[in-house]
Ligand binder design. Sequence first.
Ligand code: ADP
Length: 712
Amino acid sequence: MRGKRAVVSALVAAVGCAVTLGVGVVLRRHDAANGEVQMDRRTAAAVEAVRTETQRYVDTLLTTAAAAGAQEVLTSSEYAALTKPLKSMNLAGANVMAFVIAVADDEVAGAQELWRQRGLPDLTLMPFGDSDHAFSIYPTSLDGNVIVPGMDLMGAEAPAAALAESRRSGAVAVSDTYQLLVDRPLPSGQRQNSFILTAPVYQGEERRFLGWIVLGVRGEDFVSGALTRAGQNLLDLTLRADDAGRREVTVAALAAPVTGVRDLSRTETVPVADGRWTLHLTAVSDRLPGATSGLPAAVLGGGLCLTALLTALVWVLVAARERAEEQVRLATGELLAGEEESRRQARLLLAVLDGISDGVGVVGPTGSFLLQNPAARRILGRREKATTPGGWTDHFGLYRLDGITEYPVDEQPLTRALEGTSSDQVEMLVRNRAHPEGRVISVSAQPIETGAGERGAVAVFHDITDRKHVENELRGFAGVVAHDLKAPLSAVRGYAELIVEALGDPDPDAVEDAVRSAGKVMAGVDRMHTLITELLDYTAARDATMRVEDVDLRELVDDVVTTRADAPGMTGCRPDVFVGGLPRVRGDRVLLRQVLDNLLGNAIKYTPPGQEPRIDVTARTDDTGTVRVQVADRGIGIPDGEHAAVFDSFHRASNGTAMPGTGLGLAICRRIVERHGGHIEALPNPGGGTIFVFTVPAAAAEQPLCENVHIF
Ligand code: ADP
């Protein structure tokens, strides 16, 4: 968390700094470009100032030279008159303006005499060397110093060269720098690098060469005067020129009173008369007006401050966002856990609903089914969901228990529950395509809230068809048992009264009657005993625990036939029983014996008196592993239409009522066979009599069939 916050903040800081620095650099470059432009301008101005100033000197020189040449005879007074204005011209650095004449070495004495006559009586020419000479005749001091005339300018290499060049070219020439001859007497600290400007003086139309006008200029003074304005105290200026040895020397240097690194520099050449000087300029860009705006520093400072603020803001925002995200994460986690728990509960609920045998249905406020578990669909017999309560009766086929009257919609438990009234165990009949014979169901319903204050309803369905069947059966039992027990009991009572009367009568016939009556009493008691035994057997056939094992059918048949034949009440003809090859079957030995006993007993019982009962017991096993056992007799047969009904409890066919019986024997047989997973039916025997057929599972390990035998 903290790491992420740091990374984002660092990123913002880095981007902010980068942008600030970038903008600063761009602005700085812009300023630098401005500085260069300013420097170019000022350099151009300085060069122009030097050029203009030197031109002024040159012009002055030319004017003076022209004026001197115009004189018939250039006397001292005339020269003084034409140079007088120079003093007021404020020529910076100019210290002497002299008329210089060229004199051959052998003419020095004559020249001296001539110029003494022209106004310099004390003139003494001071020749240097023995070649041509250039004597300063009228040296006019421009700075107040006294200058002695007669000095030979050939005494120094630089002025000699300049004079020669001027005379040769006929134009103004500038000398290399040197220390003026007139300054040589000064202390070394006051001597300056200087130069002379010289212009030839011609006279008349034929332009006869008279000499030169020479202007001596002290370098530093010249520069400080001429360049101070150009430098404006912002530029360092250095003016350089060649000395007599062609070495570049500094004529003058002017340092601007500013501190800082001189980051701008220019070097320009300045034409001075026929020469070219070098002007070197340096400046501190920050001090040049218009060169720096101060914007880069402001942007840099402001940008960095802004970046710091932004970084802090981002730090705070990211921290807040992270806190919010953490809270959302926690809330989401809880929500997911809750959702998972809800899903688990829902799955559990659905599993329970799917697993229970009772049907459960939930309807919404409009009566549309929101939920139906598999048991509900099975019990109601319809998978589709009926949408409105009004359609339920038709949709599900709901009837009252009479099976005829449709169940009124407004009395249905779910309808009542939707109206807020609970119902408990309401019985109704469901009959539709899935349950064409109809199923009796018990419905309990109660209102529930299905959400947002809406009322729905839940109903629980229970299929009570079997229970109802048993109840009906019990009701039938009660009636039959009451009826069948009442008759023998009435007989028993009647005969018992007869016995009592007879015992009080000494007549021997009365005793005989009493014995007969006692026999009737015993017969009645036997009938009641039989009825109760068969009732118990009937119940046991449904409820008794089955002990399933492999059973030898042949043994069972032998046992039953033997027992029947040896029974004390067995009178009349002995039965002729043919037993075919019987397989081993799988079932409950006791119950299967009861089936065979009932069937064989009926075959004997329902054979007309005096006729030998003929019974065939056969069996065959089909492909599915089911043994089909057949018991056929040649008895009185069952009337048409009653072959199925004889298996109902207490049903006695119309032809057999003369025989003793309860009507439970075949019902017991059906229960036992069905509990073994088989079925039983009665068929007319072609040629007379009845065939009973029932199926049971074959034994696990089938044995070879036994031989056919005749018993008795
Ligand atoms: P019960 O013999 O006690 O009357 P059962 O359930 O054994 O009761 O038989 C029901 C009825 O079926 C009998 O009353 C009789 O009418 C008829 N019945 C059963 N077995 C035979 C048979 N082998 N031949 C003719 N009728 C039979």
